[in-house]
Design a protein around this ligand. Structure first.
Ligand SMILES: *[C@@H]1O[C@H](CO)[C@@H](O)[C@H](O)[C@H]1NC(C)=O
Ligand SMILES: *[C@@H]1O[C@H](CO)[C@@H](O)[C@H](O)[C@H]1NC(C)=O
Ligand SMILES: *[C@@H]1O[C@H](CO)[C@@H](O)[C@H](O)[C@H]1NC(C)=O
Ligand SMILES: *[C@@H]1O[C@H](CO)[C@@H](O)[C@H](O)[C@H]1NC(C)=O
Length: 670
């Protein structure tokens, strides 16, 4: 009796909480609607091919997981016109008709000349394999670009979207699910509020034969029962295992800890992150929460709850009065042979897993993925699935609906290139389908007075995408906004370095800039602060400013190692991290010139390549290396010069803060 009244009290407390929570959720939702939810879905990982190349090595140049941005023209041009002493704009062949540009002819095609035909015999052009894939990428890119120019490619958006149907919900029975290889395909990925519900039953433990697991106990086989639920990016990468956007692995029995645990992780480009384990302890109160939920909930552990001590202290707490929050412990959510209902939902800050109606774990989104990339959910291990339901799925695939991200307003068009020299040129590495990212850059730091007044000019450098419709949209976008330089090769993860060369070439030859800056489309740039950093170094000096790494060594082991063939030296040269660095124009000119002479060594990591080129330049004229941590490599710090990994929403937030307070502040929501 007494007990049940206590339970009632407890339940009413719970109810109150959950009502508060629901109201909170409602408010959040309204807020989201107001803030334009489409952006939210992109926030999670706008960091793309370009942004991530500095962290992840690809070991196989011939796989082409991404389409490359092309940076050079492929046409059989006559010898490139050498720049005169003073950088000067050279009238180009009318590759695109930007007739309305009155000051200078504007080129939406990179003018870097890349003579494919002469490449065959060149041995010193690049390390291990890059030259070959560059050549291929340019050959394919040339064809693709010609088709687009001639209007041969006609894929009206309507046709495509109707083809790629995006169901709102999907229901699969257990047998159908199994017949499909235990994968439920979410054709258009997930979006904020999407959820997948799984009804299943963990199997009894079995002797584990996998040496990796049973090795823990020598002699006999370990009894193991575990299953893996994975959200995968089925469409993001060709030719390698799909990335695991969320790996959810309940280990009912047989974990090395000897206790039931739930392990969660992500695997990006076949590289696992650090695992997040829930072992039955509630996350510490000072730990980061996800949408206000703890990352791990408590459950009964056989080492605490069955002990007399904890029982007595529980009673003691009851008797003394409820000074402390009353907690009620539930058992581990999965049990062998017992049916469970699991719901995985996509929140604002991460994924939430509820089992049998109770919150169990939350996992913050990790950089590298967007919700839209989560195009499949797979299950394997010791589990029988009765049914799978996915609902509240997105109605369109955001990448296929660029018009939802692009705001075709004259307000966001770029100013024309001025006639005279400019202070600084900023080249922003971007990928074809990063419509939302580019739009956020346009609406944020590209609105800086220095850019509006054309003292500084910023342009996106994009290569051709594998999807033709993306290229068509890209061309339209480039024509409207006038801020995209297309580098006509097929985009490829390993060839990002070519865009960097194109930035140098364009910055010096076309924009006649004193300083050249390179950044990514998820880099937020404080234009004035960055320019000041460059100006601090006296006129006429050669400079290389950024977050500089000294004595970094290539990774020689593991899946993403750099081979000695690719990088023969022990150390990398000092190099500035890729998300943001500045060069003086003499160095940029040196790079473009060497490239055209086919003398420039190319390495797949663009920032390391830059370090190498600057070091080479330094042999003839001393270069001022300036290191500052304010060019943030990971995220944002107060007083930043540049911040990295910023989602479109964060970009706008940072810009607003900068405008309102005049101070550089971070926006740490995702
Ligand atoms: C690259 O991948 C291709 C096909 O996947 C394979 O044939 C080749 O051996 C791989 N090369 C290296 C260096 O791993
Ligand atoms: C695609 O759209 C065009 C016009 O919008 C139409 O003529 C054509 O039949 C459509 N194709 C398909 C396969 O629906
Ligand atoms: C699109 O639909 C048409 C006809 O409905 C079909 O022939 C074509 O294969 C579909 N394309 C894709 C990519 O599904
Ligand atoms: C640049 O050159 C100077 C003198 O030639 C040399 O002392 C310095 O170590 C070089 N710096 C780098 C980073 O190579």
């Amino acid at each position: 009796m007494k007990r049940s009244s206590k339970l009632d009290w407890f339940m009413s407390l719970r109810k109150k909480r959950s009502i508060q929570f629901l109201i909170g959720l409602g408010v959040l939702y309204l807020l989201m609607v107001v803030l334009e939810a489409p952006f939210v879905s992109k926030t999670v990982n706008q960091e793309d091919n370009d942004g991530s190349i500095s962290f992840f090595f690809t070991d196989n140049v011939s796989t082409k997981p991404y389409v490359l941005d092309s940076e050079e023209e492929l046409q059989e041009k006559k010898a490139p016109i050498r720049p005169l002493n003073v950088p000067q704009i050279v009238a180009k062949t009318p590759m695109n008709s930007r007739g309305f540009r009155k000051t200078r002819e504007f080129n939406s095609l990179s003018t870097l000349s890349f003579d494919v035909s002469s490449l065959n015999g060149e041995l010193n052009f690049g390390f291990g394999g890059i030259q070959k894939s560059a050549k291929e990428a340019f050959l394919v890119g040339k064809k693709v670009w010609e088709e687009i120019e001639l209007g041969k490619v006609n894929l009206p958006l309507e046709n495509r979207t109707t083809n790629e149907s995006c169901p709102n919900s999907i229901t699969l029975s257990g047998s159908v699910f199994r017949s499909k290889g235990s994968i439920i395909v979410l054709p258009c990925g997930m979006t904020l509020g999407s959820h997948v519900t799984l009804v299943g039953r963990p199997r009894e433990a079995h002797p584990e034969q996998d040496p990796k697991i049973s090795l823990l106990k020598s002699g006999q086989y370990l009894m193991v029962s575990q299953f893996m639920m994975e959200l995968q990016g089925l469409k993001t990468v060709d030719g390698e295992d799909p990335p695991r956007i969320l790996h959810f692995n309940p280990r009912l029995k047989g974990d090395w800890s000897g206790k039931p645990v739930i392990e969660q992780n992500t695997c990006y480009r076949m590289q696992w992150g650090s695992a997040h384990r829930c072992e039955g302890w509630r996350s510490r109160s000072d730990e980061e929460t996800v949408d206000g939920q703890v990352k791990c909930e408590k459950w009964i552990r056989d080492d605490d709850d069955h002990s007399e001590e904890s029982k007595s202290s529980w009673w003691l707490n009851r008797l003394i009065g409820r000074t402390k929050k009353v907690t009620f412990d539930w058992p581990y959510p999965f049990a062998e042979g017992k049916l469970f209902v699991l719901t995985l939902s996509a929140g604002l800050e991460g994924y939430h897993v509820n089992v049998d109606g109770r919150h169990i774990t939350s996992f913050p989104y990790r950089t590298g993925f967007a919700l839209e990339d989560a195009t499949g959910l797979s299950l394997n291990g010791d589990i029988d699935v009765n049914a799978v339901f996915a609902a509240s799925l997105p109605s369109t695939h955001p990448s296929f609906a660029p018009q939802r991200h692009l705001e075709m307003s004259n307000k966001w068009r770029a100013a024309l290139l001025p006639d005279g020299p400019i202070d600084m040129f900023i080249g922003v590495l971007s990928a074809g389908n990063h419509f939302a990212e580019r739009m956020a850059v346009r609406k944020s730091w590209m609105q800086h007075n220095l850019i509006k007044s054309s003292h500084v000019v910023a342009r996106f450098f994009v290569a051709l995408h594998a999807r033709k419709e993306v290229n068509i949209e890209l061309k339209k976008e480039a024509e409207f906004f006038g801020d995209i330089v297309i580098v006509p090769y097929m985009d490829n993860y390993d060839l990002v370095v070519l865009k960097t060369v194109a930035i140098c070439e364009y910055g010096v030859r076309t924009a006649s800039a004193k300083y050249i800056m390179k950044c990514d489309d998820d880099t937020f740039v404080r234009v004035d602060a960055v320019l000041n950093e460059a100006k601090k170094i006296g006129d006429g000096k050669s400079l290389y400013v950024g977050n500089i790494n000294y004595y970094h060594k290539p990774l020689r082991y593991g899946k993403w190692s750099v081979t000695y063939e690719e990088w023969p030296e022990e150390d990398y040269p000092p190099y500035a991290n890729g998300p943001g660095y500045i060069l003086s124009s003499d160095i940029a000119d040196f790079i473009a010139t060497e490239f055209e002479k086919h003398k420039l060594k190319l390495f797949k990591m663009e920032d390391v390549s830059m370090g190498m080129w600057v070091e080479q330049f330094n042999a003839t004229k001393p270069v001022e290396y300036v290191h500052s941590l304010k060019f943030c490599q990971f995220g944002c710090i107060e007083e930043y010069y540049t911040a990295h990994y910023q989602s479109p929403r964060q970009m706008l937030c940072m810009w607003n803060k900068l405008q309102l307070s005049g101070r550089p502040q971070c926006c740490n929501m995702r």
